[in-house]
Design a protein around this ligand. Sequence first.
Ligand code: ZN
Length: 296
Amino acid sequence: MSETEHQIRLATFEWLKRAVDQHGDILSRELLAKGFEFRGERIPLVAPQGIFKPRQCDVPLTITTTADGPYDDGLTSNGLLSYRYRGIDPEHRDNRGLRKAMLEGVPLVYFLGIVKGKYLPVWPVYIVGDEPARLTFTVAADDHIGIDNSINQTAQDPAPRREYITRAVRQRLHQRGFQERVMRAYREHCTICRLKHRELLDAAHIIPDSEPDGDPIVTNGLALCKIHHAAYDKGVLGITPDFEVAIRKDVLIEIDGPMLKHGLVEMHGVKLFLPHSKCDWPDKERLERRFNSFLG
Ligand SMILES: [Zn+2]
């Protein structure tokens, strides 16, 4: 790999770091398509195809997946990520490019689609496996940029570390995907009080993610403001399977300031603000289970 290409990769990682500091860990397609300037030339980071190689480079720089569904994170059985070939020809130049990245140990960026047009960037990632029979590459995330071979030689076997880091990426992917999908479904409103300040909203689980059925799916989620999220988790309020708010009896008769009066007591009996699409509505069976534990 040329010195220029090496520098482009390092500049890409630096740029991503700054972009995440500035915009948060989810980046828009628009921003990635614009990319950055390197020695007077623009380096975009995505293209319509999933495997992208800037014209200044010999080896692809980024790979991108779209969000096809809540579980489509391309996880392989060994805890690593997978990436589908472009098309069905293993010798397509894009597939050859990724094979080259694998053989040369070149670090790439993986843009994991969270919702339409939004991506979680993960870097560096390495292509560590190639399965022509499944038309799939295996991808591992890492925290070491092993572009320089001398680093590779002195390091111990990177596989266990990469597996560990990739599992953490997978977890973050699930969490961030859940948050984004819940926020989108509820148009960034608290489902109880309709507060519309994204920075004060959480994507809450109906059945906690530590339990079976605590899936990171919209129907197991509720967009709640911080106070209503905490009140829901602490059993100060419950939500009936008929999408109605119930405030705990002892709190209902309590006399206190405006937060208690307007924020809690007056919410008793309020109907939830629900997503437009019925298939995104909270699952009644899950609500009922949670409501029963609130009553208990
Ligand atoms: Zn609220």
